[in-house]
Design a protein around this ligand. Structure first.
Ligand code: FES
Length: 158
């Protein structure tokens, strides 16, 4: 059996080693982000080395998903859904404007106390309960400015 044949799985549904490494990539990036706070060069390099994948592939995956952060962020990352359902529910623009004014930051910025980062994302998979906002790993549905007030107060410990 040639070395190439040895790389092929014995069963058609058995993943090759490369496919298995790729399937672990999202989880590895998630863990690295939790450890480093964001996916800096060192974190990306480490994931690439551990999984035996090209750094370019690791970077392109990390930069594709809104779940991953390539820059330092605040303790709470507020992601306002900017998708179609949330727009139709009249929420996205209203909520973004409201949070911008309340926190005194623009989209992509972090408050000076390092507590909040504001982002917009394309759909947080909660279209039936739009408008939706995600803060770190928590989803908040049917959001209104009043709910945003309560949420920010709660997160700030007020
Ligand atoms: S479009 Fe906002 S949750 Fe899907």
């Amino acid at each position: 059996m040639s070395p190439e044949e040895q790389k092929q799985p014995t069963h058609p549904e058995t993943p090759t080693a490369k496919q298995a490494q790729r399937s672990m990539l999202l989880t590895a990036l998630y863990i690295a982000q939790a450890q480093y706070g964001h996916l800096n060069d060192e974190a990306l390099q480490r994931v690439a080395e551990r999984l035996g994948l090209p750094l370019s592939e690791v970077y392109s995956t990390a930069s594709f998903y809104s779940l991953y952060r390539l820059k330092p962020v605040g303790r709470y990352v507020i992601q306002v859904c900017d998708g179609l359902s949330c727009h139709l529910a009249g929420g996205a623009d209203t909520l973004v404007d409201y949070i911008r004014q309340k926190l005194g930051i623009r989209v992509g910025e972090t408050t000076s106390d390092g507590l909040f980062t504001l982002q917009t994302v394309e759909c947080v998979a909660s279209c039936g309960t739009s408008p939706a906002v995600r803060v770190n790993d928590e989803l908040y549905e049917n959001m209104t400015p009043q709910k945003v007030d309560r949420l920010l107060d709660q997160l700030a410990g007020r």
